[in-house]
Design a protein around this ligand. Structure first.
Ligand SMILES: Nc1ncnc2c1ncn2[C@@H]1O[C@H](COP(=O)(O)OS(=O)(=O)O)[C@@H](OP(=O)(O)O)[C@H]1O
Ligand SMILES: [Mg+2]
Ligand SMILES: [Mg+2]
Ligand SMILES: [Mg+2]
Length: 335
């Protein structure tokens, strides 16, 4: 598939991710309260997760009826009788988001969510979706992302990454939407806006020395080893404090040049990264001129099913400093 044949994918993905963002932002306004964090109440993010997956899958189905989706969520929990209040809230939010399309029934909403059940693999074409990446960031009112990517024969060919709480590139609108198409580049536009909006090109930072880099990493120490990242930064001569940020907003930050490194260092030996946690962010960084590998310096392989079975951890950089960062990571992980 060549670049200019992806205009239909671009239109569908922009529609899907910006509709989903309207839902997640509405849930954040209406259901996330000051008590949410202190009471450890995860119900708002649960509503937003399911509603976002339903809206994205409905949009993809309308544009590409036969495309499978590898999505993080499924509707099994929602179908449970005990979860009627949760189900009603999800259905209501989806109905509002699709009001201009058709009245959605409860059964349809559940079936759209279940469209995310595909297994992926090395052959053929499928989408992968994280309806809310950075669930903890969502609950804190900080960074989260809606991440959608298209994979063909194991290669990411297109990505759309919506970051509702990153600054919008234009005066009008809300949030940041990054789109990337293989061989063609990475662009940004406001995520939620009225009327027309231009796509503006996005490029990685042009620093040539790792010592000058800002780096970003997870907020949660359970998702990436933060003690080892301190040692790696020291080895590279980096003096700037790490930018801790939830979700694939980290990839958006590297793609846009505000940081030159994103480190995700394995914490538990058995953990395998999920393809929806990376696909949209990886193509955004690569097409903006950067490079992404695992901690051993190997390319990420998206053709092994729902997980990155052949990889451990992630290193994303502006490209120029990649080899130096991989070498420092190896030294620290092997010591
Ligand atoms: N042990 C472990 N190691 C690595 N990754 C893990 C682990 N456990 C969970 N996850 C996944 O991390 C996703 C959240 O991404 P981040 O780590 O960027 O977020 S955060 O900064 O830590 O909040 C998060 O995605 P969401 O569930 O969509 O929020 C998880 O899929
Ligand atoms: Mg995720
Ligand atoms: Mg998620
Ligand atoms: Mg999750």
């Amino acid at each position: 598939m060549t670049t200019h044949e992806r205009t239909a994918e671009l239109a569908a993905a922009i529609e899907a991710v910006s509709r989903a963002a309207q839902v997640t932002q509405a849930v954040q306004r209406e259901l996330v309260t000051a008590d949410t964090l202190t009471k450890k109440d995860r119900s708002p993010v649960t509503v937003a997760d399911f509603a976002s997956q339903a809206v994205v899958c409905e949009t993809l189905q309308r544009h590409f009826a036969n495309d499978p989706v590898v999505g993080e969520e499924d509707a099994a929990e929602l179908r449970d009788e005990a979860n009627e209040p949760l189900r009603a809230s999800v259905v209501e939010h989806v109905q509002r988001a699709l009001a201009d399309i058709a009245p959605a029934t409860e059964a349809q909403v559940l079936s759209w969510i279940d469209r995310g059940h595909a297994e992926g693999g090395a052959k053929g074409r499928f989408w992968t979706l994280d309806p809310i990446d950075g669930t903890k960031g969502f609950l804190r009112g900080e960074q989260y992302a809606i991440a959608l990517a298209l994979i063909e024969d194991g290669e990411i060919v297109f990505g759309a990454l919506g970051c509702p709480n990153l600054p919008s590139p234009a005066d009008e609108g809300e949030g940041l939407l990054i789109v990337a198409s293989r061989g063609d580049g990475t662009w940004m536009t406001p995520l939620i806006f009225e009327g027309e909006s231009e796509l503006q090109p996005v490029h990685v930072s042009d620093i040539a020395a790792a010592a000058d880099a800002n780096f970003c990493e997870s907020v949660e120490s359970g998702h990436s080893d933060q003690d080892q990242s301190v040692q790696i930064a020291k080895k590279l001569g980096i003096t700037a404090e790490p930018v801790r940020m939830d979700s694939q907003a980290k990839y958006a930050t590297v793609a846009g040049g505000s940081a030159a490194i994103y480190l995700r260092l394995p914490t538990r030996p058995g953990y395998r990264e999920k393809i929806w946690d990376h696909a949209a962010g990886v193509i955004a960084v690569e097409e903006a001129g950067g490079k992404v590998t695992d901690v051993a310096g190997k390319p990420l392989e998206f053709g092994h099913g729902r997980q990155l079975e052949a990889n451990r951890g992630v290193i994303a950089t502006n490209g120029r400093i990649h080899d130096a960062v991989v070498a420092a990571v190896r030294d620290v992980l092997e010591s």
